[in-house]
Design a protein around this ligand. Structure first.
Ligand SMILES: [Cu+2]
Length: 155
């Protein structure tokens, strides 16, 4: 194989690598991932009401694992979805398409019928701002969203 051909192959390989969805992976890692029960350091209880959460600001540390116990004390179905602004926007669109059919529980979110209590264990990623929100149509716009400030890991 001559030098020119090697260079051509190398640049093709590089182009292929550039097409891999690396930004999506990085994005997903920044706001965290499902946590393990054995790593839970703290429990935070949240109540969903019509149409808001009882808490609107939470403070956690990067890498901290929290057990969220969410109770729906409203008359309507509500969600508790953890994600950065982009994740929340995507989920809002998905829910609009489904016209309020309700989503199955996902790693980063749960759906609660009136009276239901569910647990979600989440390990936060990098420092920054994350949101918890409900995307039953109209609820996010009505303010059913809270901020989670992820601070430096000082442990
Ligand atoms: Cu809601």
């Amino acid at each position: 194989m001559n030098f020119d051909r090697k260079m051509k192959l190398a640049s093709m390989a590089l182009l292929f690598l550039l097409t891999l969805p690396v930004p999506a992976l990085v994005q997903a890692a920044t706001f965290g991932h499902t946590g393990k029960a054995s790593q839970v350091g703290r429990t935070i209880r949240i109540t969903a009401l019509d149409i808001r959460f009882d808490k609107i600001r939470l403070h956690v540390r990067a890498g901290e694992t929290i057990r969220f116990i969410v109770t729906n004390k409203g008359q309507l179905t509500h969600e508790f979805i953890i994600g950065d602004a982009r994740e929340q926007a995507e989920h809002e669109q998905e829910m609009k398409k489904k016209a309020g059919m309700g989503m199955p529980d996902e790693p980063n979110g749960i759906t609660l019928k009136p009276g239901q209590t569910k647990t979600l264990i989440w390990t936060f990623g990098l420092e920054g701002e994350v949101e918890f929100a409900c995307h039953v149509p109209g609820h996010y716009a009505a303010g059913m969203v809270g901020k989670i400030f992820v601070g430096a890991n000082t442990k």
